[in-house]
Design a protein. Structure first.
Length: 238
């Protein structure tokens, strides 16, 4: 029996996505359960964790309700990891699994255990440094933020650090989880990734944002300089 908790973050109003996730995991021997996501459409603002004014100053735009809901959903998953005191495999419900997935998980649980967080999927490719060569895949450290939170492993101690670093929500979840300067955790990755993302429509609406220009961009740069220079826990460290 694996010492593993597996959670699929999914909204109650998405039965088709839940069915597809169930079918995908039925191909494995992994025990799992749904974790009801925080539905951005049902959120009532203001939300204590979400500092809208600082987000606007430092990012130049506001997070969408769906982005805030996604962040809160992952915080629920981290808390469940802490409560069960088990390594936890966290999925968003648009994942797909590749043939090496289970073998990869067992290797990380039983053989190579020197990790806090392990990325199992990414939206963007990234150059990487090899930490451990396993033969058909490698344990690696991506050189840039590869984006996405569709599939990853987290240990309880790391989940606690993620929660402590996320007392305020100030950026999308996939940026935060790679933000080592805030939570102090190194995010490793399995390359090639043993999981991907399906082409089902997203439930987190993230529009194409107009580039910040002119005075607004200058103001943002000033606020970021102030943050880097004077904040004990800068959001935008050097």
């Amino acid at each position: 029996m694996r010492n593993l908790q597996t959670l699929v973050i999914s909204m109650l109003r998405s039965p088709d996505r839940r069915q597809r996730a169930s079918e995908e995991l039925a191909k494995t021997t992994i025990d799992w359960q749904f974790l009801d996501a925080v539905d951005g459409k049902l959120l009532e603002f203001p939300i204590p964790e979400y500092d809208a004014k600082k987000v606007e100053r430092l990012l130049g735009f506001s997070l969408m309700a769906g982005e805030v809901g996604a962040f809160l959903s992952h915080k629920k998953a981290w808390q469940a990891c802490i409560d069960q005191n088990k390594p936890t495999l966290i999925f968003e419900d648009d994942f797909i699994l590749f043939p090496q997935f289970e073998k990869t998980i067992d290797y990380l649980l039983n053989e190579y255990t020197e990790w806090n967080l392990v990325r199992l999927q990414a939206l963007e490719d990234s150059p990487f440094n090899v930490i451990k060569d396993v033969g058909t895949w490698v344990i690696a450290k991506n050189q840039i933020d590869a984006l996405g939170c569709t599939a990853y492993l987290v240990k309880p101690a790391a989940a606690l650090k993620l929660i402590e670093g996320a007392r305020s929500i100030y950026e999308p979840i996939d940026h935060y989880i790679e933000h080592k300067a805030v939570h102090g955790l190194s995010f490793l990755a399995v390359r090639p990734y043993p999981s991907g993302i399906s082409r089902t429509p997203t439930t987190v609406y993230r529009p194409e944002r107009t580039p910040t220009r002119g005075w607004k961009k200058m103001r943002r740069s000033i606020y970021r300089w102030i943050d880097r220079t004077f904040s004990p826990h800068p959001w935008f460290p050097r």
